[in-house]
Design a protein around this ligand. Structure first.
Ligand code: BG6
Length: 451
């Protein structure tokens, strides 16, 4: 069936950088039915031609590896309507322009989700519609509950997609195969054998002109509340009955329910904000001096916290979550440290315990083990068994859009998961807002704030 996307926020960064390139890719690989198109709704006084000009530039910048023919085919299917996404009349006019069952995509800053959904709830959606909400899912738990309520007034949960593109990353999906299609890992995947888990998403990128969104979000809302907690959920969940929408979100929700935030934000969390420096080869100003930033908001660009998962499998194992911008190196990985062997039959040796490193960028899985290496066969050496993961046929956003078109919510965040994730970070949001945890400076390009 042909389905058209109605993108609220159709001239935004997300649309230009990720949605349009992914749609062009879907056209190119024949996934998107010929008649499907995209209607963008935004405030600019543009017409279809002006929008196509903008989209052409975005595709040239972010999808130049695709044949020009595929990009042009998408451009022919783009339409634009000027409108206020919080005005029911404007939304009605936009929806009237679309035939069939629309996929309404909220590619908006999180502060606009509630007013936009309130306006949609006033006019209702055609039978068979789907709704897509970007991350972060609101500003806090109360906002998330209000959003869920609005969404459920509009559509059944099966027609709602809460996006977290980390779930569609190659390594993340490979964790399912690694854990549940092999005999060797699952028996030791618990507190008896695993000492700690680190989930890290360090970036060299700074603000990238996104102050309008980021300065009201910060690292805890932008990365930890969604992406990093989803990684934790995939690593820590019980085996699903099947890898599909009936089982995967429910098993992740179980884990999130068991996550205990730090008992004391002052000892269990770190927040930081970058100052001037050079990161990723580029000179960056103080975050506080970036265009559009209000320094008084005290927005953090680095967040770190340690949680536990209070259930039978994981009791006592620290899960450290950390993400920051403008750091010295890009590093996205989950590091699983095993406990030392119970008895070491080698004299004078103190090998490091085994480490399983699940790297998201580049996609690779590496197991660091101790072997009798080269030279003296009685000496131990550290060896790394690495599997570089071949790319998916579609990048993460493309895969999510394909699932969305198929009506498959396996990789969507459920209503319960969204609310539980806020429960986990809310004590920190409160403690940080109250100034209980100092906002530490770290120079751009450094290893982050010194805790
Ligand atoms: C986005 C965040 O969701 O994820 C960005 O808003 C972050 O701040 C990005 O840079 C990281 O995702 P990826 O896929 O580029 O690693």
């Amino acid at each position: 069936m042909t389905r058209s996307f109605v993108v609220l926020g159709g001239t935004g960064d997300l649309t230009g950088r990720l949605l349009l390139p992914s749609l062009a890719q879907l056209y190119d690989s024949g996934v998107l039915p010929e008649g499907s198109g995209l209607l963008a709704v935004a405030r600019e006084e543009w017409d279809d031609d002006a929008y196509r000009g903008w989209a052409r530039d975005r595709l040239a910048a972010h999808a130049d590896e695709l044949p020009a023919g595929s990009r042009d085919r998408l451009l022919d299917r783009l339409h634009y309507v000027r409108g206020d996404v919080t005005d029911p009349a404007d939304l009605r006019a936009a929806l009237d322009r679309v035939d069939g069952e629309p996929v309404v995509y909220l590619a908006l800053p999180h502060t606009l989700f509630r007013p936009a959904l309130t306006a949609l709830a006033e006019i209702g959606l055609p039978e068979g519609s789907r709704l897509v909400v970007e991350k972060p899912f609101g500003a806090d738990g109360a906002d998330a509950r209000a959003l869920n309520e609005l969404l459920h007034r509009l559509l059944p949960e099966e027609a709602v997609f809460r996006v977290d593109h980390f779930l569609a990353k190659q390594t993340v999906l490979n964790i399912l195969g690694l854990r549940f299609a092999n005999r060797v890992f699952e028996p030791i995947w618990n507190a008896a054998h695993i000492e700690r888990v680190d989930i890290v998403a360090d970036e060299t990128l700074g603000l990238e002109g996104r102050a309008g969104y980021y300065d009201r979000a910060g690292a805890l809302r932008d990365m930890v509340q969604n992406h990093l907690l989803q990684l934790l959920a995939i690593v820590a969940m019980e085996p699903p009955l099947t890898v599909d929408a009936s089982s995967l979100p429910a098993r992740k929700a179980d884990v999130l329910r068991a996550v205990r935030p730090p008992d004391d934000a002052r000892t269990g969390s770190v927040r930081g904000r970058y100052t001037a420096g050079t990161a990723g080869g580029r000179a960056l100003p103080d975050y506080a001096d970036e265009d559009g930033v209000d320094p008084a908001r005290q927005t953090e660009t680095h967040a770190e916290l340690t949680v536990t998962v209070d259930n039978w499998r994981w009791a006592g194992v620290p899960f450290r979550l950390r993400s920051g911008k403008a750091l010295g190196a890009d590093r996205q990985e989950i590091v699983i440290r095993f406990r030392p062997v119970p008895h070491l039959p080698f004299l004078d040796a103190e090998p490091e315990p085994d480490v399983l490193r699940l790297s998201l960028s580049p996609d690779a899985i590496a197991l660091e083990v101790n072997l009798n290496g080269a030279g003296d066969p009685f000496d131990l050496e550290r060896e790394v068994l690495t599997a570089e993961l071949a790319p998916h046929d579609l990048p993460a956003y493309g895969l999510l859009l394909r699932e969305l078109l198929d009506g498959d919510t396996t990789l969507s965040i459920s209503d319960v998961e969204a609310e539980e994730s806020w429960r986990i970070v809310e004590p920190l949001l409160a403690a940080w807002a109250a100034g209980d945890v100092p906002l530490l400076d770290y120079p751009a390009g450094s290893a982050g704030p010194e805790a």
